[in-house]
Design a protein around this ligand. Structure first.
Ligand SMILES: [Fe+2]
Ligand SMILES: [Fe+2]
Length: 372
């Protein structure tokens, strides 16, 4: 599987037309399976620039998948982009590849943004049995040698997590005109330089990438239009999930605990109060009953007050939503709804204190378990 990755052509005032035309011929000779264009086809998103680009790139023989860049999103350029290059986000697949091409642009803004809905769309297109490649214009991680860092994706953090946890083999991006690649966990983040603009930064010439994915190996070559090519990396493709990300994720997730009994008037109320006292702020407990009593047991309230703990006013009724939404369900009676805590309902006042101690210990243990 061979991909020609080109970017930042900048048809219009920055264009070095001869370079693009020559690259089109070279790419056709190299016979890649696919050409991916990661945006900035034009300078100002205007009709004439898009048309000129279309008429030049139509000579490419392989399939072409293009996404817009910030320059293409100027002056309602995305409408002309769609006219000549199809939808601003696309999905392409063949026997071994699943290519998810996302639109990171916002009209008339240079900043990149993928957004929640598109991230969910990306997630839905990831195929376990294929090499998943994500293409977009803006960079997910900062690119060196571009001066002051600008326009890294606004939701870069979410994107870093998405690519590292879902098994994306490679990310293809452009925007900074600086060819550069870096591996983040198991994902290869590959930036293309500019193919058409005279702004080549420190590079000797306009350039693009040739990426080969074969037998668990990804090979990356940097091709200069007039100065040959160099292999910049040969990497083993890793498929195992990086565990550290899952651990951070698990810790940061808010957790809800439901204590249930028949009446919700005593032990469950105590457990709720103790849990909410000793757990961190990303955890919350609630208690409820299948047949809630009219009021909370006065002695339960009294022994909680001894420790400055307030029991919430009234017994509640368990709802379907509670049973569905809570992360942990603890039951004090035999209800078959969750994990059973064998603590008997107290009678004498001394038993209330004993029950309070037992619940406290169990809640401490539960909080420790939920932390990591
Ligand atoms: Fe650009
Ligand atoms: Fe750009």
């Amino acid at each position: 599987m061979k991909i020609a990755h080109i970017s930042d052509l900048h048809f219009g005032e920055e264009l070095m037309r001869g370079k693009v035309e020559k690259a089109v011929k070279q790419i056709n000779e190299a016979e890649p399976d696919l050409v991916v264009i990661t945006g900035d086809i034009s300078c100002w998103g205007i009709h004439s620039e898009m048309r000129e680009a279309y008429e030049t790139l139509i000579d490419l023989k392989p399939d072409v998948v293009a996404v817009p860049g910030n320059h293409d999103a100027r002056n309602i350029g995305h409408e002309f982009f769609e006219l000549y290059f199809g939808g601003t986000k696309k999905y392409y697949k063949n026997d071994i590849l699943s290519l998810i091409a996302a639109d990171s642009t916002q009209p008339d803004l240079d900043d990149g943004y993928v957004g929640y809905e598109q991230r969910e769309w990306i997630r839905s297109k990831i195929k376990k049995e294929k090499f998943n490649v994500l293409a977009l214009h803006h960079h997910i991680v900062p690119v060196p040698k571009t001066g002051r860092e600008r326009n890294v994706l606004i939701d870069a953090g979410e994107m870093v997590e998405l690519i590292t946890t879902t098994g994306i083999t490679a990310v293809l991006a452009g925007h900074r005109h600086m060819p550069y690649s870096i591996r983040l966990m198991r994902t290869h983040i590959i930036h293309a330089g500019t193919l058409g603009s005279f702004k080549v930064l420190g590079m000797p010439d306009q350039n693009y990438n040739i990426i080969e994915i074969e037998n668990e190996t990804l090979t990356l070559k940097l091709r200069f239009v007039d100065f040959g090519e160099v292999e910049v990396g040969r990497f083993t493709i890793k498929t195992e999930t990086p565990e550290s990300i899952d651990i951070y994720h698990r810790i940061a997730k808010p957790k809800r605990v439901l204590f249930v009994s028949k009446a919700n008037d005593c032990r469950t109320q105590m457990a709720e109060a103790i849990f909410n006292k000793i757990s961190p702020n990303n955890m919350l407990a609630l208690s409820a009953g299948l047949e809630p009593a009219d009021s909370v047991d006065l002695r339960a309230m009294a022994v909680m007050k001894e420790l400055d703990l307030k029991v919430n006013g009234k017994p509640r009724r368990v709802s379907e939503n509670m049973l569905k939404d809570f992360d942990v369900i603890i039951e004090f009676d035999d209800l078959g709804l969750g994990e059973r805590w064998e603590i008997k309902k107290p009678e004498a006042i001394e038993e209330y204190r004993e029950v309070r101690r037992e619940i406290w210990e169990k809640v401490e243990e539960l909080v420790r378990k939920l932390l990591y």
